[in-house]
Design a protein around this ligand. Structure first.
Ligand code: GUN
Ligand code: ZN
Length: 450
């Protein structure tokens, strides 16, 4: 029997999104219970509701993990992150293109060593769980073994992860280049090995238009047709210098997004990182195709890339699906609470208010919808995978003091999204198994298999 199977339950205050607060009043989109029960069987949520109503649904003898004074929420979803960039997170002084040359590419070159890739994958997975993140869409490096290292670690914790080998056949150091054919062949082998194995899902990953020839982008489009349910991730309209470079490299294309559309890369399982410098026509293309955008506020601020126009993107007249990305190492934290802290400020600077319900939507159900995984992830609801984050609103003396002045769960959520970070995560569950518990004596991490 795997660690995720058997019946068990989590009890405590709980909050989950049920609808889109960018389209409905926030109050109508959040379901909360002061004392909830989440009943889990074989890694799936079977029932969710008030403890008083559900307590008889749990058979005598089943484990009930009780978290009074905490808050159960769906595990966070990180729609855009680079695991090989942990070693240069917070690197000083450059904007995107110089930052890639100075810090990023040298860091990724060190992943030629498979042992290094395995060590960083191990740390990265644990850091995600410490941040309460249970699903991420992850860039590996150009080296196929970096993908093996990442998925092997994810498989150990039975987390649902989406990842792929970076494709680059120009404008990067020779040691990081593949070719259109080699990138295709290596990706096919990785897809065969990992896509749909347990909870792992493969993502075709051309880094961004400047580092791929048209032949390689076409090969990425062909890769997407090799299996059902494959994802696509890349970067889009992040920085003005980058956008100008793409215009020079692809003069025949109508826009940066059109470069990807031309190669067949824009569809309902495509996720474009950043999208800071978008035209109205680009948003329309995303809306029509069902493509998602990853809002990466800590990165866009840290690299000076610009302010993502979230409220334009989600305009109900032609809504685009948006998830929240940390974009580590351009981003400065793996905590989605910290992403929300910065997302609130970016919204404020663009003339909007991001309320707590909207914020938690982006980090949970909205992320699941943007990734095409609605119904599977992102909600505390029957039939959903039991990926759960147990938040501790009293994690620090200041938070405990501030929490005493919160009159509602919405206020508490807002306090968590401004003051919270990994310290506010008490425990993390993946497919019903407690894979991280800050309070567990010895090692707080417990892989589902070792
Ligand atoms: N554009 C191309 N590669 C990258 C990357 O690694 N990080 C960010 N933030 N933008 C990119
Ligand atoms: Zn990125």
């Amino acid at each position: 029997m795997s660690a995720g199977s058997g019946m068990r339950a989590l009890r405590g205050p709980a909050a989950t999104l049920v609808d889109n607060p960018f389209e409905q009043p926030s109050r109508a989109c959040l379901v909360t219970h002061e004392d909830a029960l989440v009943v889990i069987e074989d890694g799936i949520i079977r029932a969710f509701g008030p403890y008083a109503e559900l307590k008889d649904a749990v058979p005598a003898g089943a484990e009930v993990h009780h978290y009074p004074d905490h808050l159960l929420v769906p595990g966070f979803i990180d729609a855009h992150v680079h695991f090989p960039q942990l070693q240069m997170i917070g690197a000083y002084g450059a904007q995107l293109l110089e930052w890639l040359d100075t810090y990023t590419f040298p860091a990724e070159m060190s992943f030629a060593d498979a042992g290094h890739a395995a060590r960083v994958a191990r740390l990265f997975l644990r850091e995600l769980l410490r941040a309460g993140t249970t699903t991420a869409m992850v860039y590996c490096t150009v080296h196929p073994h970096s993908v093996d290292a990442f998925f092997a670690e994810s498989e150990r914790f039975n987390t649902r992860m989406i990842a792929g080998k970076v494709l680059m056949d120009r404008n990067a150091p020779a040691a990081l280049l593949d070719t259109a054919q080699r990138g295709y062949d290596e990706s096919v082998a990785l897809i065969e090995r990992w896509h749909g194995r347990g909870r792992q899902l493969y993502c075709v990953t051309p880094r961004f238009a400047p580092t791929s020839t048209e032949a390689q982008l076409d090969a990425a489009g062909a890769l997407l047709k090799t299996r059902d349910g494959l994802f696509l991730q890349t970067h889009l309209c992040e920085n003005p210098g980058e956008v100008a470079w793409v215009r020079e490299l692809f003069p025949a294309r109508a826009s940066y997004l059109d470069v990807y559309a031309h190669a067949g890369l824009v569809g309902p399982r495509s996720m474009f990182g950043h999208a800071v410098h978008m035209h109205e026509g680009d948003f329309c293309t995303c809306h029509q195709s069902g493509a998602g955008l990853a809002h990466c506020p800590t990165s866009n601020l840290f690299l000076g890339s610009g302010l993502f126009r979230l409220f334009d993107a989600v305009d109900p007249r032609r809504p685009v699906r948006v998830g929240l990305g940390t974009d580590v190492g351009g981003g400065t934290s793996l905590s989605q609470l910290q992403s929300l802290n910065e997302a609130y400020k970016v919204a404020a600077l663009t003339g909007h208010k991001l309320d707590a319900v909207q914020g938690f939507y982006l980090a949970t159900l909205g992320g699941a919808r943007a990734l095409g995984l609605e119904g599977t992830l992102g909600r505390l609801a029957p039939g959903h995978e039991a990926d759960i984050c147990v938040l501790d609103p009293q994690a620090t003396p200041l938070m405990a003091f501030r929490a005493g002045y919160c009159a509602s769960i919405e206020e508490l959520l807002f306090m968590l999204m401004t003051l919270g970070d990994d310290r506010a995560v008490r425990a993390t569950y993946a497919a019903g198994a407690c894979v991280y518990d800050r309070a567990r004596p010895g090692d707080p991490f417990l892989p589902a298999s070792s």
